[in-house]
Design a protein around this ligand. Structure first.
Ligand SMILES: [Zn+2]
Length: 543
């Protein structure tokens, strides 16, 4: 039996959020959004399963069971609640902080569903036996990989029924059902209603233009929207991305089709509101998952904070920067190219180079206004005369070698690649430094434990001199080193603001609080060669 009435048995050694039924019970009674997606509640009398945040009348403890995943609840014969919509809850990967097999498998399933070969092929791609994979899934999610994949597909279908006006045939195809008959059957079995009846329940007020979709993508609060937006704004590629009026917008290319999306915060719903303009509904699932990853929506701050708070240097930052996320990227090729252009140069120069590259080699985007272009494809850059955009020497050669390696398939950005192997591959390209490689690994592979040990700013802020020392120091932050890096960079940014404030008030006595704050300020203000280099690299936009 995959459910449990008392204790939730997370057995992973990396799990430090040892949830038990008492915690689940308290979270359920308080409708605590921080637990959304971390467990599901099956109500015995109705055979319906809910999220902890469900607004429906609270059942007695004796009338509920707790499940580790929606798939486990479905396997036990419970139907998803039409009110709290379990299909909208963020995924729970709290225990999956490290590069373990289940998190890699989940990522493949959420990106592509289970391909033709099913569990066997999935297991092969992960380098384990299918038996072992099934065992791991049962232990961590309480359901088999097949059941998880089915739930993911069904949930996405439900989202499309509720949130779009796509014809049901398109919904069936976009959610991977293959044919409408199977889709109708499955929806009727699970929801006891036809897809049309479900859609009729939704009160949709806004009129949706052709090929335009509005999605709400839920997160587990707290979510530091301001910081992620700041981060993306400072690195936005002119013509391709922009941050304006509290929302992020960009052009996209996917499976040969082009489109755009913009993202803003809906804090009342603990969700990001996404407006997507795209012509092929079959790509919706992958696009939405990519956006979820880009904004780090499955992250579980409570678990991360628990580890990072244990370090006295990070503890104050954990409080002031609550809910900080590690920004992912839309396209790893674009991110790496931008990273190479940003090496050893000022932010202004890097931005200007990238803008020229986009306007010269990128395809003009047909929509009016911004974004005006698509980022150049590897094919477009393979034969490009880089001197036209003022790129010469080592940097031009690095771009050319990198582009060739991508075109030949020698460098792949496949999500299941091992972080260290990826880094080795990327750094074999002459002209790509290790720091750029680590930066790309952190944002493109979305490994929460990826770390930029070669970053000078991090070394300064962490108060160590060598890469080896920083690596040793960062052991305590595992498996959340990427989040620790985000906090430390933020503290460097805060210290810079503080210096500017102090300099603008030369007569007042400096407001130096803790030793840590003083160290941070000194680290940023000291005109030592290492430090100025560090700050340059911070300014270069490649941090
Ligand atoms: Zn509910």
């Amino acid at each position: 039996m995959s459910c449990f009435s008392r204790r939730i048995g997370y057995h992973s050694p990396t799990n430090d959020m040892d949830l038990d039924w008492r915690i689940c019970s308290r979270a359920r009674l308080a409708r605590d959004a921080r637990f959304d997606g971390k467990f599901f509640i099956g109500v015995l009398s109705t055979r319906i399963y809910c999220r902890p945040i469900c607004r429906a009348r609270t059942s007695k403890e004796s009338n509920v069971l707790y499940f580790r995943s929606a798939a486990a609840a479905a396997e036990a014969g419970f139907r998803p609640c039409l009110r709290c919509r379990p299909e909208c809850s963020p995924l729970s990967l709290a225990w999956a902080g490290t590069r373990n097999t289940v998190s890699r498998a989940l990522r493949l399933i959420t990106e592509n569903g289970l391909d033709e070969g099913g569990v066997e092929v999935l297991a092969e791609r992960l380098g384990v036996t299918s038996r072992h994979l099934r065992r791991l899934f049962m232990r961590h999610l309480g359901a088999s990989p097949g059941a998880v994949a089915q739930t993911v597909r069904l949930h996405f279908a439900k989202k499309l029924i509720d949130e779009t006006k796509l014809p049901m045939m398109e919904v069936a195809l976009a959610s991977g059902f293959g044919c409408v008959r199977r889709f109708n059957e499955r929806i009727r079995n699970v929801y006891h209603r036809t897809p049309t009846q479900i859609r009729a329940l939704v009160r949709r007020t806004a009129i949706q233009p052709e090929n335009e979709y509005f999605f709400h993508l839920d997160f587990r609060p707290p979510f530091n929207w301001e910081r992620i937006l700041q981060y993306l704004a400072s690195r936005a590629i002119p013509g391709v991305e922009s941050v304006e009026g509290g929302s992020y917008r960009r052009s996209i290319s996917f499976n040969g089709n082009h489109g755009r999306f913009d993202v803003s915060l809906d804090s009342e719903k603990n969700a990001l509101a996404v407006r997507l303009h795209f012509s092929d509904p079959r790509s919706l699932f992958s696009i939405v998952e990519r956006i979820r990853a880009m904004f780090d929506l499955n992250s579980d701050w409570a678990v991360i904070a628990r580890t990072l708070r244990a370090d006295p240097a990070l503890a104050p930052l954990v409080e002031t920067e609550q809910g900080i996320r590690v920004p992912g990227c839309w396209n790893a090729f674009e991110l790496t190219t931008q990273g190479i252009l940003g090496q050893h140069t000022s932010l202004e120069r890097a931005t200007s180079l990238t803008a020229q590259m986009v306007s010269t080699f990128g395809q003009r985007f047909t929509a009016l206004g911004s974004p005006s272009h698509l980022f150049p494809t590897p094919e477009a850059l393979a034969n490009a005369d880089l001197a036209r955009v003022g790129l010469y020497g080592v940097k031009a050669e690095a771009i050319r070698t990198f582009v060739r390696a991508v075109c030949d398939g020698r460098i792949k950005f496949d999500g299941i690649i091992d972080c260290d192997a990826f880094l080795k591959q990327l750094c074999e390209v002459p002209g790509i430094d290790r720091r750029t490689g680590q930066y790309v690994a952190m944002r493109a592979l979305r490994d929460p434990d990826a770390f930029l040990a070669d970053d000078l700013v991090l070394r300064r802020i962490a108060g160590v001199r060598t890469i080896r020392e920083l690596e040793r120091r960062s052991e305590a932050w595992r498996p959340w080193r990427a989040y620790a890096a985000m906090l430390l960079w933020q503290s460097a940014g805060n210290a810079r603001t503080e210096i500017q404030t102090l300099r603008s008030r030369p007569c007042t006595s400096p407001r130096l609080g803790s030793t840590q704050a003083r160290l941070e300020i000194e680290a940023c203000a000291k005109p030592s060669p290492i430090n100025s280099k560090a700050m340059r690299s911070q300014r270069s936009g490649s941090v």
